[in-house]
Write a protein that binds this ligand. Sequence first.
Ligand code: ISE
Length: 339
Amino acid sequence: MARSSTLNVAVIGVGRMGADHVRRIQEVVSGARVSAVVDADAERASAVAARAGGCAAYTDPAAALAAADVDAVLVASSSPAHEAALLAALAHDLPVLCEKPLTPDPASALRVLEAEQRLGRRRIQVGFMRRYDPEYVRLEQLLRTGRLGRPLLLHHRHRNVSAPPGWASELLITDSLVHEMDVTRWLLGQEITAVTVLRPTPSRDAADGIQDPQFVVLETDGGVIADAEIFVNCGFGYQVQAEAVCERGTARVGDGHAMVTQTAGRWGGTIAQDYLERFEDAYDRELRAWIDSVRHGTATGPTAWDGYAAAAVCAAGVRSLTEGGRVEVELPERPALYG
Ligand code: ISE
């Protein structure tokens, strides 16, 4: 595709996340336009298409991807639908930004990884947007300089106000904590080798039978121990924090102290209420980087391998949650394409 021309993006899945990406492509970033929206719900597809300047609306991803004016694909459908959309995009040799998780389990992630390898070039970027959050970027850069010495421990906290209705205990791992699986690998440049999920008394605000919160311990091949609290019914706000404990100091991100007010004998600030608010800037940067890379014919950002590795760690986590104990992560050699 020519560098100067506008990138035509088909957005598959226009629920909350997908519709926000449509808005972002149309109103926030430059160099791209939404040429098609796809949703199993025809009314929703038409409504979002109308808001996006009257682009084409489809219910079938295959029909949308066969259209002549599609240069790239953004997948934001529910995670069980990712595999089919990704395989269709690869069959058309189209670049894809796929919301996390790549797919819900390692077997389907492996099928996607193998299809991309057969194509012989990287076409998939996974939407691990923390890698674009300015605070997380600074933390990664600091760790890479080695100024604090080697990282020894990582502490993650991941809290949501409330879980959507029907949420299952394993989704705390595969849908929420998958971010920490990725960010741990990325911050450290190490693979996660084992997962242990501990089960504190569930909050009375969690739905019946839901294990919330969970406390997860990750071990890496570089000897770092990372712990992660995941609590999706904390009630008070959306918080994502990380602290690296290194040989010569610590570094922490996500305190959210953008502005502190002092008035009437009190001091304080506000807490974001959801991920679209907390990570707005990260989503914008992620999308800009993806559009730039596609327009320049390059591939950047989290790869399908990163998506697969995170899925493998999550699968170990789900086993630990359901069977108890420490579960080792089964990860094959990293394929040459992702070297
Ligand atoms: C959601 O899909 C996200 O990606 C959020 O970052 C995470 O906090 C939330 O738990 C997920 O459901």
